[in-house]
Design a protein around this ligand. Structure first.
Ligand code: ADP
Ligand code: MG
Length: 254
């Protein structure tokens, strides 16, 4: 859904701008001439068959993977292996993975405060107040002193979202955040993501949850074979896909 912020967005409110992006894994050309521009406050869903390069693309945005050609800008700053202030850029970009990636030996609260105290130098007490605020927001404040293994998958993923939000990111990247969850837990995570979207968070989500995509996304980006094949508002993409490849993909997942 378009937030007021996004509706009035000018050129300067571009949160992520990718131009002519190419990446190889060895000799395998995984991303081919990707161009993608995401406005501040916009929610973009990336979908496509397994192996099409979705994870690689979003991992390039926070440089968990490095590209060989092209340019990635986050909030008007270039992102790349040669960029010196990557720490600063990375803190603007929150990431939520399929497998939560919480630290098992730390409590929920400490999982959330670790980066604040270590990377930002925030006092422990202040960090804990921030963490409790976001645990509240994902509706599990009562789990603060538990360990990840004491939580359900859905609760762990909500902690992972809270942890990312603690850094006050300008952009949130989600890589199949509900794919590892049992069906009954998918909803609680999608609800949290929907509320984030409603609050105007800029989001890029790789997901196969097409109900969520239809309801929340401003735009669907369909990838196949390392290329962006189609880009359209959800109603257009789902009801009248332009390419055979998108039609085939939709027939397999819907
Ligand atoms: P998706 O997320 O759309 O399933 P990925 O970005 O994970 O796709 O992967 C795209 C392609 O790149 C796949 O063929 C995958 O096997 C390959 N790939 C992914 N990561 C690596 C890697 N670290 N080294 C070599 N090949 C990789
Ligand atoms: Mg993937």
């Amino acid at each position: 859904m378009t937030s007021p912020q996004a509706a009035g967005a000018a050129q300067t409110d571009i949160a992520v701008e990718i131009t002519g992006l190419d990446k190889w894994y060895g000799s395998f050309h995984v991303l081919k001439d990707i161009g993608l521009s995401v406005r501040a406050g916009e929610q973009v869903v990336i979908c496509g068959p397994s192996g099409s390069g979705k994870s690689t693309l979003i991992r390039c945005i926070n440089q968990l993977e490095q590209h060989e050609r092209g340019r990635i800008m986050v909030n008007s700053r270039e992102v790349g292996p040669k960029v010196r202030d990557m720490h600063e850029i990375r803190r603007d970009v929150g990431m939520v993975f399929q497998h939560f990636n919480l630290f098992p030996h730390l409590t929920v609260l400490r999982n959330c405060t670790l980066a604040l105290t270590r990377a930002r130098g925030m006092a422990r007490r202040e960090a804990e107040a921030v963490a409790r605020h976001y645990l509240e927001r994902v509706r599990i404040p009562e789990k603060a002193d538990k360990y990840p293994s004491q939580l359900s998958g859905g609760q762990q993923q909500r902690v992972a979202i809270a942890r990312a939000l603690c850094m006050n990111p300008k952009v949130m990247l989600f890589d199949e955040p509900t794919s590892a969850l049992d069906p009954e837990m998918i909803k609680e995570v999608l609800e949290v993501m929907t509320r984030l979207a409603e609050d105007g968070m800029t989001m890029l989500c790789v997901t196969h949850e097409m109900g969520f995509a239809r309801k929340v996304a401003d735009r669907i980006v369909f990838m196949d074979g390392g290329c962006i094949v189609e880009e359209a508002p959800p109603a257009t993409f789902f009801d009248a896909p332009k390419t055979d490849r998108a039609r085939l993909f939709l027939s397999q997942i819907l």
